[in-house]
Design a protein around this ligand. Structure first.
Ligand code: 1DF
Ligand code: MN
Length: 349
């Protein structure tokens, strides 16, 4: 980095950074190669990365598997002081419940070990298996208390189901009690949402991820989960998966639906949907190194709600941080964006 870089008054913490144990890669490959998955979204996403031998995908898959010198070297080369690392999407959510529960624990042990090797450079989020909500809550507690991981990642739907379903709320309860956030990360759209996106080549990170994950976030908000768990913090990437742009319309029509009783099980909320978006949700800049949208998200959600992320290694770009470095904001606000908000949300010391 440039000499000016050593005079920085903030540390750059990147908060949506992925890794994949070789064991997970092997399992994904086997599942796709054996035709053992009926999950066409997963097949489209991971089939692309694991069975496409272009230099681009090969480099991403190699980088995913490193939790040591190569990763730290890449961080040095791009001016990233710290990564908050999580298991790559779709994590263990594609497996059956017992497999997912045991793999989550094994991968969390592995991630915690890597973090212990570079405590000033790496932090981690726990993988959990929503397939078994009580086990997921228990693993989150173990990961936070025993492994010093800083929260959990959930890669949107699990076998087509979403976290607004009460059966998953053990996970919210545990996160709130432990005072750690849940990172709601994208994955391929759920089976019922998939076809029109897949047939047009839009199922992936280009757009389908945001359709899937933005909808998931709204489902959680309108379900009343934040009335039940008022201290729950959810972190969402890609500057909120387009939801910040929709808040006026969501509030307006939400009021209409409640007033008219349009849907019998649509419950009134204690507050407006946009209030939960501002108070319970944090967004990161992953994959959105674009000044106008970063400024917009800060304006509508608040400067303390927007955190920096790179989305390494999927969005690994040598000059990624220059956009953020050049934002027209003061030094304190830049420090909040790059460092302090991440420290607060994830409880980093
Ligand atoms: C992609 C993007 C893949 C993101 C990811 O995990 C991911 C991609 C499999 O480019 O297909 O985390 N992302 O968050 O934008
Ligand atoms: Mn990501």
């Amino acid at each position: 980095m440039s000499s000016a870089d050593s005079e920085r008054s903030y540390r750059r913490i990147a908060t949506e950074e992925a890794y994949a144990p070789t064991d997970l890669i092997e399992r994904y490959k086997a599942q796709i190669a054996d035709g053992a998955t009926s999950d066409r979204g997963f097949e489209s996403l991971m089939g692309y990365f694991l069975f496409n031998d272009s230099p681009r995908t090969t480099a991403i898959v190699e980088r995913l598997q490193d939790l040591g010198e190569r990763r730290i070297g890449d961080m040095d080369a791009t001016g990233i002081d710290m990564q908050v690392i999580s298991l790559t999407a779709p994590g263990v959510q594609v497996f059956d419940a017992p497999t997912a529960v045991s793999l989550a624990a094994a991968y969390n042990d592995e991630l915690a070990e890597a973090v212990r090797g570079h405590p000033d450079r790496l932090a981690g989020l726990a993988a959990i298996a929503p397939q078994d909500p009580p086990a997921a809550a228990e693993e989150l507690e173990r990961a936070v208390r025993k492994l010093d991981l800083k929260g959990a990642i959930v890669n949107s739907h699990t076998h087509g189901e979403y976290l607004d379903d009460r059966k998953f709320w053990d996970i919210f309860e545990a996160a709130e009690a432990l005072d750690v956030p849940i990172y709601l990360h994208p994955r391929d759209p759920s089976p019922k949402l998939l076809d029109p996106l897949l047939e047009s080549g839009l199922d992936g990170a280009i757009y389908g991820f945001a359709v899937e994950t933005g909808m998931h976030l709204l489902r959680i908000i309108v379900s009343g989960a934040f009335d039940r768990f008022p201290k729950l913090r959810i972190v969402v990437g890609h500057l909120g998966e387009a939801i910040p742009y929709w808040l006026f319309r969501v509030d307006f029509f939400h009021r209409g639906i409640v007033e008219t009783g349009r849907y019998p099980n649509f419950k009134p909320l204690a507050r407006k949907p946009s209030d939960y978006m501002r108070d319970n949700v944090y967004v990161t800049t992953s994959g959105m190194a674009w000044e106008p949208v970063i400024m917009y998200a800060r304006e509508v959600l608040g400067a303390d709600r927007v955190l920096y992320a790179m989305d390494y290694p999927y969005q690994y770009a040598p000059d990624e941080v220059t956009v953020t470095d050049r934002l027209p904001i003061g030094a304190d606000e830049k420090r909040a964006l790059y460092e302090m908000n991440a420290r607060n949300v994830f409880g980093l010391v």
